[in-house]
Design a protein around this ligand. Sequence first.
Ligand SMILES: [Zn+2]
Ligand SMILES: [Zn+2]
Length: 358
Amino acid sequence: MRAAVMWEPGETFEVRDDARRAAPGPGQVVVRIRAAGVCQTDLSLAAGAFGQSMPVILGHEGAGEVLEIGIGVTGTAPGDRVLITWVPPCGRCFHCLRHEPYICSNRKGSTQLSESSSLMVGDKAVQTGLGTATFSEETVVPTTAILPLPEDIPFEYAALLGCAVPTGFGAAVNSARVQPGESVLVIGCGAVGMSAIQGARIAGAAELVALDPMASRRDLALTLGATHAVGPGDDPRRALTGAPGFDVVIDAVARPSTIRTAWDQARRGGRVVVVGAGRAEDMVEFSAHELFHGEKRLIGSYYGSSDMARELPRLISLWRSGRLNLSAMINDVVGLDQINEVASAQKAGTVLRTMLAL
Ligand SMILES: [Zn+2]
Ligand SMILES: [Zn+2]
């Protein structure tokens, strides 16, 4: 089978025809991936961030069909259309029992190569990136990592619902709980930020401001529901009439400078949601006085606080009714052979998502 392999941090992907996968173990399924997106986190992992070991087959935004099922698997069968989720909930841990499956304690998403890796390239065991490895024609995942897809959603649209869309939409709807009439600022308009803009629009935000250095992204943000779009040199608060700051600020970048901007742009008593994948070495400073005096709430958002079993049908309904625009977030669909061009374009920000068809 074909797969895109990363051999050393920071190198280019090598598309190989001689990748192999193990038979599905008990409770596992094999998915024939049909479409995959290259998420910003994949680019960070490809550069060796978050302790990613090599070689690895990355990819965690993917959709396809069940090909084979292991012993004890019920509720799905070969031929079923499915979405892959990179946080398969165990259903039993502290967080799952508290209806927080997105932070399941038993997620098998280690960035380290385990001895039981299900993927090989040539004679080498290869790490299964984030436990999903969707840059491969076939991948072996626990049955808890698949969610059923209806017939009417194309695979390349569905794949976006595996990471970027629930992460951004959920940051607005689940983590920030945007209310009708609130003012919202979204910092960083990649696929996650654009999804946060759509989530805030659907939740009923009044003033909805997009902040991004790229004019093309600001234009797209306006078509997806932003009422104003500004660059880094502008003060987003100019969009507000009579309010001292935003009710909600969503930071989809998560660098110290953007988190600080998010904090400063929120009004006293407002909410700041940090949804980007922040790095362990990045520190953000607040004085004890401003924490107390500002009465702001600082909220981390992991996978958009999305319970995917509930979120996926909701997102599909919103897409089907024309409220959630997925097509505008996809620039193109190309073959796996072009993964390096796709990665460069996304790194440069010239495309939002070019989906890979496998
Ligand atoms: Zn769990
Ligand atoms: Zn992602």
